[in-house]
Design a protein around this ligand. Structure first.
Ligand SMILES: [Zn+2]
Ligand SMILES: [Zn+2]
Length: 130
């Protein structure tokens, strides 16, 4: 479980950007863990913290991250992972291999590498955003 800068905005300001709180919210969108129920029960997984609709034109033809109705863990009306248990769709969970820690938010890292088009053997620089 990681705490992101956006979690701090929700905590300190009750929102981020145009999004604000309409009801109490469980924070946390950078998470991994062990599934307790469903087809992946018992598996350690990294989670995609976004739930796109999967049906709109942008989801089907462009990219899920452009879905106009995407929901994010720990954002707006969708509770996040800073609790003992949470419900999350199987399609947003990615089993991690045995021996790999599930405590690091793998989804964030994978997305950063995908966005940067980083490939094996490339040299990269990782810097803090603040
Ligand atoms: Zn984050
Ligand atoms: Zn969509």
């Amino acid at each position: 479980m990681g705490i992101c800068g956006s979690d701090l905005h929700w905590w300190a300001e009750g929102g981020i950007g145009d999004a604000g709180l309409a009801s109490p919210l469980v924070l946390g969108h950078e998470f991994a863990g062990t599934v307790v129920e469903g087809p992946l029960a018992g598996r350690r997984v990294a989670a995609d913290p976004s739930i796109p609709c999967g049906a709109c034109d942008r989801c089907r033809e462009v990219s899920h991250n452009l879905c106009p109705t995407v929901r994010h863990a720990g954002h707006g009306a969708t509770d996040g992972a800073l609790g003992e248990l949470m419900a999350w769709p199987d399609r947003c969970l990615f089993p991690v291999p045995a021996g790999m820690s599930a405590t690091y938010p793998l989804a964030e890292t994978a997305e950063a590498f995908r966005t940067a088009e980083a490939r094996t053997g490339m040299k990269v620089i990782v810097t803090p955003d603040r």
